[in-house]
Design a protein around this ligand. Structure first.
Ligand SMILES: N[C@@H](CCC(=O)N[C@@H](CS)C(=O)NCC(=O)O)C(=O)O
Length: 287
């Protein structure tokens, strides 16, 4: 008999909610649960998202592109409240069959194009505007770190964060396993950032933009309650130096606000349809 008294049956069946913060939403099947069209605004890019780490990657890149003078990167950011199941509406599933934020409709060309998976959205936008890709000689290094992040962050979010902050009760085995892996990943980043200003070299690229909302926010003490203390985040001094530098950028501050439903009211801009919204539509002004 196992320590927890659980013996897996021969065939798993979906019989009950597992408990924990996301239990009522999770299902073992894909597809839409209801007919619901998505709104469409006036800008070339229509983003359907929420300010989770995966959502922040894309809004930070949009704000960076606009700040760098790419006026064609204007976007409408619509709120998808994943705790209310908005990701299972038929319109959203047409843009992302995987029912997860972020999802993008690129309406800048002759025909609308859908893009899902945050890494694909970052590549699509960076290539479209020819920016935040770094220097050509470091393209392979940049892609390597971007794909590293896409493969690694689920261990932090779906593994460590889930069992440390969201599971119905603390369980030593999964917390140990994922704390170990998260610390190993932080050490990977720390060693890289000890030898290089940014992940792909001297240029700030979409590899940094993808990684900051996960490991940057973690070492800055913004993820999963007291996780920074639990994981001794202060040990990763090069990650902290890099995170503080990125955090000080104005487009990063703005990008973190878009589609946000948590934190101080003045930092929450539920939807973004124009640059002015940062001044007039934050929750302290409209809430
Ligand atoms: N690999 C995907 C992951 C996206 C993802 O996990 N999104 C989460 C929020 S961070 C989500 O929408 N969860 C809703 C759900 O699982 O129902 C990406 O990088 O875009």
């Amino acid at each position: 008999m196992s320590e927890t008294g659980y013996k897996p049956p021969k065939v798993w069946t979906w019989e009950r909610e597992s408990g924990g913060k996301w239990a009522s939403l999770n299902r073992p099947v894909a597809g839409a649960t209801e007919d619901r069209e998505l709104p469409v605004g006036e800008h070339p890019f229509q983003l359907y998202s929420l300010a989770t780490p995966n959502g922040q990657k894309v809004t930070i890149l949009f704000e960076e592109l606009l700040a760098a003078g790419h006026s064609g990167a204007e976007y409408d950011a619509w709120l998808i409240d994943i705790s209310e199941g908005d990701q299972f509406g038929s319109g959203f599933v047409e843009v992302n069959p995987n029912s997860k934020i972020p999802a993008l409709m690129d309406r800048s060309g002759p025909k609308p194009v859908r893009v899902f998976e945050s890494g694909a959205i970052l590549m699509h936008l960076a290539e479209r505007f020819g920016d935040f890709l770094g220097v050509p000689e470091r393209r392979a290094e940049m892609l390597s770190w971007l794909m590293w992040l896409q493969g690694s962050a689920p261990f932090l979010g779906g593994g460590f964060g889930h069992f440390y902050a969201y599971a119905p009760e603390p369980m030593e085995y999964p917390i140990d396993r994922y704390a170990m892996e998260t610390k190993r990943q932080l050490d990977v980043l720390d060693r890289r950032l000890a030898e290089s200003a940014f992940l792909a070299g001297e240029s700030y690229t979409i590899a940094d933009i993808a990684t900051f909302p996960w490991y940057g926010n973690l070492v800055l003490g913004r993820a999963y309650g007291d996780a920074a203390t639990f994981l001794s985040a202060h040990e990763y001094e090069h990650v902290i130096r890099w995170a503080e530098e990125i955090d000080a950028r104005e487009p990063v501050r703005r990008g973190r606000m878009v589609n946000s439903m948590s934190g101080e009211p003045e930092t929450q801009l539920r939807e973004r349809h124009s640059a002015q919204d940062f001044e007039t539509k934050t929750q302290d002004k409209v809430g």
